[in-house]
Ligand binder design. Structure first.
Ligand SMILES: C[S@@+](CC[C@H](N)C(=O)[O-])C[C@H]1O[C@@H](n2cnc3c(N)ncnc32)[C@H](O)[C@@H]1O
Length: 258
């Protein structure tokens, strides 16, 4: 079976999508469409990621984790935990941290849970089915939050950031690791060639899905790093900084709840 994200994008988007974080060309999917897509690609997700990122995805996550501080402790929220790599990285290096990974895709979390059990880290890396747009946690619950490659997929990013802000304690950090379209006259065309030729070929061979077409479009549509940093500031985060990794293919945002 082939997954076609174009088919689902033809369906009507709800009014809320036309928020200030989404342009009229934005490739954002509705929540249920996004959930279906991730449930579908879950069995191929880790392998496809590793190959498409040329093995760099681990180091991108590690760079994000390093922005949480030298010794993250307490309760850490991992938004869009997927197959759990962020949580596994944190709890294997910092035993005093407990990671609560939330996600809307049960299939992604099932794989994450299996990996967590194989590494005997169940007490530190837990999963919870939840939508970032309406978190099931009280205000001021978490000592830090991190999200890797998720916020680009969320239909109302402003609402997501407000929810994360709400559940963080005062002084807690939010780190966001996200794919971005590289700029510059060398990297931009190189990246376009890679995403138009290599990405579809690799994903068709590995997973028989074309859902990864969406990856390229959603990267192009995501706000620029400086625009996204100002969205974080509008939500109320302070000390907002961002860093490019691998020629700007990934951007890490660091911010603090005052
Ligand atoms: C590209 S995957 C990233 C997974 C993981 N963080 C990683 O580093 O590989 C994005 C994840 O975000 C989840 N997601 C998308 N929208 C969400 C939402 N509204 N609330 C919570 N999770 C969401 C998807 O189900 C998917 O597992």
């Amino acid at each position: 079976m082939k997954w076609s994200y174009r088919r689902i994008l033809q369906s009507k988007k709800p009014e809320s999508i036309a928020s200030e974080t989404a342009s009229t060309t934005d490739s954002l999917m509705r929540y249920d469409e996004n959930q279906k897509m991730f449930n579908y690609i879950a069995p191929f997700y880790d392998r496809t990621n590793r190959i498409l990122s040329l093995g760099l995805d681990h180091s991108w996550r590690k760079s994000g984790i390093s922005r949480l501080g030298t010794n993250p402790v307490g309760l850490i929220l991992d938004v869009g935990a997927g197959t759990g790599d962020i949580g596994l990285n944190i709890v294997s290096s910092y035993p005093e941290a407990t990671v609560v990974g939330i996600d809307t895709s049960l299939r992604m979390m099932q794989i994450g849970l299996k990996k967590t059990r194989n590494m005997a880290l169940e007490s530190g890396n837990v999963f919870c089915s939840a939508n970032v747009l309406s978190l099931c946690f009280s205000d001021n619950t978490f000592d830090a939050a991190i999200t890797a490659f998720c916020i680009r997929n969320v239909e109302d990013r402003l609402m997501a950031l407000r929810e994360i802000f709400r559940v963080l304690k005062s002084g807690a950090k939010l780190v966001i690791v996200e794919l971005t379209e590289p700029q510059g006259f060398i990297m931009k065309p190189l990246f376009r060639i890679y995403s138009r030729l290599v990405t579809p070929t690799v994903t068709c061979l590995l997973s028989s899905v074309s859902a990864y077409d969406y990856l390229t479009e959603s990267m192009a549509d995501f706000p620029s790093p400086s625009r996204f940093a100002s969205i974080l500031e509008n939500v109320g985060f302070v000390n907002v900084e961002f860093f490019n990794l691998t020629f700007g293919i990934v951007t890490v945002y660091e911010s603090t709840r005052p």
